[in-house]
Design a protein around this ligand. Structure first.
Ligand code: SAM
Ligand code: SF4
Length: 430
């Protein structure tokens, strides 16, 4: 039926040659300038080692007690990888947007190891000095005054401290080595050493084993009392590779808060953050007066290119994802042999790009509809009209001509809106 109806509309006619698409009258000088300028790049450096194995952690980490002899060689391999990658992908002239040392626990490195890596970055990225932010993840027991001073001198501008909880019993239950006092001590040292040079973020985990309303309220209040610029609350996910999954989900020998309790914890945190004027820039990070977003994280969610150095690190260059091997020995051997340790990649389809923009962009609480139309030539609000109507009716979003914005309820439910919208986009191609 459909095929017949289409055929009757055709009016076969010999057309003049169509020389190009779109026609030259749509071409603009601005597009040329954009193409000729170097695209910004963010840099991620992965330090896989940890001094402990926390019961909730799903990251693939390596125990320093076992791997200490390998650390120096790893740093050398990382520096060699930086040199090879900048050369192979011609990245040396790109403006550097943000730099992020993540892990594992980057703060367990010692001073000369940080210096080596920063020197390699300077040497191989001409514009390293003008980066907009330099972040590093830290764990309380690895914080010392001299190390913090070195990091501040090396140009770190954002320190992200994993605290998880300020209740010593909850921290102990999570398998971490520090207690409440040591968390405070580390924050004090970091605040003093980095005064005027960096801002500090604290990570808290909502839904840890044994958490109650009282212990959670205490953690939120203590985090606010420290006066740090930024507080991140991750929902603790009991992934199958964690101790907490074994004890809390399979054996049920430790108490995990229910979904409803965890939602209540987050509601409490959001109310307290709002009162203290900590404003969200994503649905899990709140900053004092809205002052301090993680430029690395936002750049990735906005689609800026990034490169991940180190074992298992991944990046995204010119519409393709690339990932290194996650085997430490292989990583070191391949790099020593002057090869890139890449192991797999993924090239985006046009649909992937749109889905990625919606899913990752919604994490930043607001999705720019005009920008979407400019990039894809499609109106997202039309493609997903009925889903958006439902999300709006249930008070998850506000939709205007310019943007889709998360409401407080939308923020509370995290990735729910992004996931729902991207599923509705994918439906179009099925
Ligand atoms: C790679 S860790 C870096 C911080 C440092 N290693 C530490 O723990 O102090 C980054 C953050 O991931 C979060 N995280 C770890 N396991 C998690 C899980 N199962 N669910 C949600 N977030 C988790 C923690 O809040 C942690 O601070
Ligand atoms: S939470 Fe941090 S310190 Fe604990 S195992 Fe994970 S990465 Fe290591």
């Amino acid at each position: 039926m459909v095929a017949t109806a289409q055929r009757t509309k055709l009016e076969p006619k010999r057309l003049p040659l169509i020389p190009n698409y779109p026609s030259f009258r749509h071409w603009k000088k601005a597009a040329l300038e954009e193409k000729l300028s170097e695209k910004p790049l963010s840099i991620y450096l992965h330090i896989p080692f940890c001094t402990q194995r926390c019961s909730f952690c799903y990251y693939k980490t390596l125990d320093l007690k076992e791997y200490k002899p390998e650390v120096e060689g790893y740093i050398d391999a990382l520096c060699r990888e930086i040199e090879m990658v900048s050369d192979r992908f011609d990245l040396g002239n790109r403006p550097i947007h943000a730099v992020y040392f993540g892990g594992g626990t980057p703060s367990l490195l010692v001073e000369h190891q940080f210096e080596k890596i920063v020197e390699a970055l300077h040497k191989n990225f001409k514009h390293f000095e003008s980066k907009k932010q330099f972040s590093l993840e830290a764990e309380p027991l690895t914080v010392s005054r001299s190390k913090m001073e070195t990091l501040a001198q090396l140009g770190v501008t954002r320190l992200s401290m994993g605290v998880q909880s300020f209740d010593s019993d909850i921290i102990k239950l999570s398998g971490r080595g520090h207690d409440e006092k040591q968390a405070y001590r580390a924050i004090d040292i970091a605040q003093e050493a980095g005064q005027g040079k960096w801002t500090i973020n604290i990570d808290l985990l909502s839904g840890l084993a044994g958490e109650t309303e009282e212990t959670w309220a205490k953690s939120v209040e203590c985090a606010l009392d420290t006066g740090v610029e930024s507080i991140t609350v991750y929902k603790m996910e009991a992934f199958a590779n964690t101790e907490v999954f074994k004890l809390g989900v399979r054996q049920e020998t430790v108490n995990l808060p229910s979904e409803e309790q965890e939602l209540q914890f987050m509601r409490y945190a959001m109310e307290r953050f709002e009162k203290a004027n900590y404003l969200p820039w994503s649905f899990f990070t709140y900053t004092k007066d809205g002052c301090d977003e993680s430029k690395y994280t936002t750049s990735i969610w906005r689609g800026i290119d990034f490169y991940g150095f180190g074992v298992s690190a991944f990046g995204c260059l010119d519409g393709a994802l690339l990932q290194n091997t996650s085997d430490l020995d292989k990583y070191a051997t391949i790099v020593e042999g002057d090869q890139l340790p890449l192991t797999r990649g993924y090239r985006f389809t046009s649909l992937d790009r749109m889905v990625r923009e919606v899913l990752l962009g919604m994490k930043l609480l607001r999705l720019d509809l005009k920008g979407f139309k400019n990039r894809y030539g499609l109106k997202l609000e039309k493609l997903c009209a009925s889903t958006l109507r439902e999300l709006e009716a249930e008070d998850f979003v506000r939709v205007s001509n310019d943007a889709i914005e998360l409401t407080s309820k939308g923020i509370l439910y995290g990735d729910y809106v992004g996931h729902t919208l991207s599923e509705s986009l994918k439906e179009i191609s099925r």
